[in-house]
Design a protein around this ligand. Structure first.
Ligand code: G6P
Length: 610
C-alpha cells in the first residue's frame, strides 16, 4: 500500500516524481503529494484524490528543482483528505517525509511529544515520525543520525524517504517491512517502492533489505543498517521493459493483462517443462529437491487471489504427488499457533512478494524451522528474498488491481511443481508426457477463448440488473468459483459469493430466485453429472444459470440460460482456461456499470499493512 518515490539528479524533479507516482498509483490512490527543494525553499503540494488531481495544483508552477520526494496514499491512519496526504513535516517545517507502512506505537510517541511541547496538524502516524525526526534534529543537527534515532524508537513498518532544507543535497531512505528500491542512474538516483517508477531512467537497481538505510546524494550513495553498520549490496538488472507498463492499446490494464495470458503462462513453463520426457526442471528448487521429496506435508500460505491458486495447487499436488497439502490464509496462519514440523515445506504464494500477512507467515514458518519456499512474481521482492528458494512466475508487471495473469501463471507454476514432485515419486513418464502435452496447448486454447470475448460482453449486458451473483464449481473448479466471485466483487461492486456447488443446498439455495443469476463452472470431468444435478436444483427454483462448459457439450444447453464454451483440457489444468471467461465477465460488468476498473475503490494492489 502507498507508493513512494524520491529523485536526486539533474532532471526537473517534479516531472520525475509525478511520472513515478503515476506508475505507483496502483498501490493506493486516496491522495497524492510531493515535496521539493527549490531556491532554498521546501515546497510541498498535496491533494486528496488521484495523481491527476495533484497535477492540477502544480500545473504552471514551473519550480526549478533537482531533488524531491513524493507519495501516493492508501489511507490507514486518518481519512483520505488534503491535510492527511503525504508528505508530512516536522514542527520546524524544514524536514519533510513520505512513508509507506504503519507506525504502531504512534499514539504513545505522539503523547510524549505533545508533553514536550510539539504540536500536530494531521491524524496520521506519519506526522508523528516526522516530528520525532525533527525533535532529534534539534539536538543532533545531523539528519542521518536523527532518522536513525527516530527509527530506533518506532514499532511498526516503514518505507521512508526524508528530505531536509538543512541538508538539501541528500535524501535519506530507510525500510523495515515495506519495499524500497534504489535506481542507480548516470549522475542521478531514483528511490521508489518498486521498480516500475525507476525503469524509465535506469535498469540498474539495488533492493534495500529490512532495517537498511540509504543516504543518497547526487554523485554517490551509501547503504548501512539502521544501527549504522555499513552494508554492501549487489546491483541487479530490472528484467522487464518500459512497454510492459503501458496499456498497449487496451482501454484498461486489466483487459490488457487478461489478453496477455497466452503469453504469460508460456513464460511460466518455458525452459522448465521437458515435454518429450514428461519432466520438469525447476532450477530454483534444485537445492531443496531432497527436502521436497521427503516432505511429509506441504503447506501453502497466501492471501486473496494467490490463496485461490494455492487451493488449485493443493488438489494438483495431492493428485500427482500423493503428498498431504494444507492451504492457509496467511493472516490466520501467523496469528494462531500453527503446528509445524521441521520436515514440512511451506510455500508462500504472492504476486507482489510484499503482502504483509504472507511475509509474516514466512517469518513464522522459518522461526518454526520449516523449509520456506516462494512462488512470487516481483523479482527481488521481500518474499522472494526471505524464502530459502523458490520459483518466479515471470508474468511481468501486473498493474490492474484485480489480479488476472498472476493467477493463471501461479496455477501454471503449481502444475509444474506437482509434475516435478509427482515424477520424483510415483507418477509414470506416460502420465507426465500427457500432462506436458496438454500444458503446451494451453496458450492456444486461451487465445480461442479470448477470440470470443464479445460473447461474454453480451452475457454481462443481459444480467447487468443483478445485485447478487453466486458462483459454483466442484473439484478443480471450486477455487475458480471463488476467484470468479472475487473478481466481480472487486471491480464491479456487485455482491458475489463462490461456493463448492454441492454446498449450495446447505444455505445459499435459500437466496435463489429469478433475480439471482448463478454462474456454474461445469466442465466435463468425472463429477460432471453431479454438477448437472446442482444446476437443475437452481433451475427448479427459478434461478438463471450461466454455464462455463466444455466445447462439444450440447446437453448443458437444456439446463442453462447461457453457455460459454471453453476448449477441453485435463481437469487439473481446467482452472487456467475456466477462469478466463470469469475474468472477462467481471470486466464487462464493471465496464457496463462505469466503474474505475484498474483502481477499484478502497482496494490496493500491494497490501503491505496487516
Ligand atoms: C490484494 C490484491 C489482490 C491480491 C492480494 C494478495 O488484495 O488486491 O489482487 O490477490 O492482495 O496479493 P499478493 O501480491 O500477495 O498475491
Amino acid at each position: 500500500m502507498c507508493g513512494i518515490v524520491g529523485y536526486i539528479g539533474e532532471r526537473q524533479a517534479v516531472d520525475v516524481l509525478v511520472n513515478g507516482l503515476k506508475r505507483l498509483e496502483y498501490r493506493g490512490y486516496d491522495s497524492a503529494g510531493l515535496s521539493i527543494i527549490s531556491d532554498s525553499n521546501l515546497i510541498t503540494y498535496k491533494k486528496q484524490g488521484k495523481v491527476a488531481d495533484l497535477e492540477t495544483i502544480i500545473e504552471g508552477k514551473n519550480h526549478r528543482s533537482n531533488i524531491g520526494i513524493a507519495h501516493t496514499r492508501w489511507a490507514t491512519h486518518g481519512a483520505p483528505s488534503d491535510v492527511n496526504a503525504h508528505p508530512h513535516r516536522d514542527n520546524s517545517g524544514r524536514i519533510s517525509i513520505v512513508h509507506n507502512g504503519i507506525i504502531e506505537n504512534y499514539g504513545l510517541l505522539k503523547k510524549a511529544l505533545i508533553k514536550r511541547g510539539y504540536s500536530f496538524h494531521t491524524e496520521t502516524d506519519t506526522e508523528v515520525l516526522a516530528v520525532l525526526i525533527g525533535a532529534f534534529y534539534e539536538q543532533t543537527k545531523n539528519l542521518e543520525l536523527s532518522v536513525r534515532k527516530a527509527l530506533s524508537e518506532v514499532v511498526g513498518t516503514f518505507g521512508l524517504l526524508v528530505l531536509s532544507l538543512d541538508e538539501p543535497d541528500r535524501i535519506i531512505a530507510a525500510r523495515r517491512g515495506s519495499p524500497m528500491v534504489l535506481g542507480i542512474g548516470d549522475g542521478e538516483y531514483i528511490i521508489a517502492s518498486d521498480a516500475t517508477a525507476i525503469i524509465q531512467y535506469t535498469k540498474q537497481v539495488i533492493y534495500l533489505s529490512d532495517n537498511e538505510m540509504a543516504i543518497v546524494s547526487k554523485d554517490n550513495f551509501a547503504t548501512k543498517t539502521i544501527d549504522n553498520i555499513e552494508t554492501n549490496n549487489q546491483i541487479h538488472q530490472i528484467e522487464f521493459d518500459l512497454e510492459e507498463l503501458e496499456k498497449g492499446g487496451f482501454e484498461h490494464f486489466m483487459l490488457k493483462e487478461i489478453h496477455e495470458q497466452p503469453y504469460t503462462i508460456q513464460n511460466a513453463y518455458k525452459g522448465r517443462l521437458i515435454a518429450d520426457k514428461g519432466n520438469v526442471k525447476l532450477g530454483g528448487l534444485r537445492n531443496v529437491a531432497d527436502k521436497l521429496r521427503n516432505a511429509k506435508r506441504i503447506i501453502f500460505t497466501a492471501c486473496g487471489t494467490s490463496w485461490h491458486s494455492a487451493l488449485v495447487g493443493e488438489y494438483m499436488l495431492e493428485q500427482l504427488a500423493g503428498v498431504p497439502v494444507e492451504v492457509e490464509y496467511a493472516s490466520e496462519f501467523r496469528y494462531r499457533n500453527p503446528v509445524l514440523y521441521p520436515d514440512d515445506i511451506v510455500f508462500a504464494i504472492s504476486q507482489s512478494g510484499e503482502t504483509a500477512d504472507t511475509l509474516a507467515a514466512v517469518y513464522e514458518a522459518k522461526q518454526k524451522g520449516c523449509t520456506v519456499l516462494g512462488i512470487v512474481n516481483v523479482v527481488g521482492s521481500s518474499i522472494a528474498r526471505e524464502t530459502e528458494a523458490g520459483i518466479y512466475i515471470h508474468a511481468g508487471p501486473e498493474i490492474g488491481v484485480a489480479s488476472t495473469k498472476a493467477f493463471t501463471s501461479q496455477v501454471m507454476v503449481l502444475a509444474l511443481v506437482a509434475l516435478y514432485l509427482g515424477r520424483m515419486k510415483n507418477l509414470s513418464q506416460l502420465d507426465g508426457k500427457r500432462i506436458a502435452s496438454e500444458i503446451i496447448q494451453l496458450p492456444d486454447k486461451i487465445n480461442q477463448i479470448l477470440a470470443r470475448c464479445e460473447d461474454i460482453k453480451q452475457i454481462a449486458k443481459k444480467y447487468i440488473y443483478a445485485k447478487n451473483i453466486l458462483y459454483l464449481g466442484r473439484g478443480y473448479n471450486f477455487p475458480v468459483a471463488l476467484e470468479g466471485a472475487l473478481k466481480l466483487k472487486e471491480i464491479s461492486y456487485i455482491h458475489a459469493e463462490g461456493y463448492p456447488a454441492a454446498e449450495m443446498k446447505h444455505g445459499p439455495i435459500a437466496l435463489i430466485d429469478e433475480n439471482m443469476p448463478v454462474v456454474f463452472i461445469a466442465t466435463k470431468d468425472e463429477i460432471y453429472h453431479k454438477i448437472i444435478s446442482n444446476i437443475e436444483e437452481v433451475r427448479a427454483r427459478g434461478g438463471k444459470v450461466i454455464a462455463i462448459a466444455t466445447e462439444g457439450d450440447t446437453q448443458i444447453k437444456q439446463f442453462a440460460n447461457d453457455v460459454f464454451y471453453i476448449p477441453e483440457t485435463l481437469p487439473m489444468l481446467t482452472p487456467i482456461l475456466s477462469v478466463v471467461p470469469l475474468q472477462l465477465l467481471a470486466y464487462f460488468f464493471a465496464k457496463e456499470l462505469g466503474r474505475p476498473i484498474d483502481q477499484p475503490r478502497n482496494l490496493a494492489k500491494s497490501v503491505t499493512v496487516e
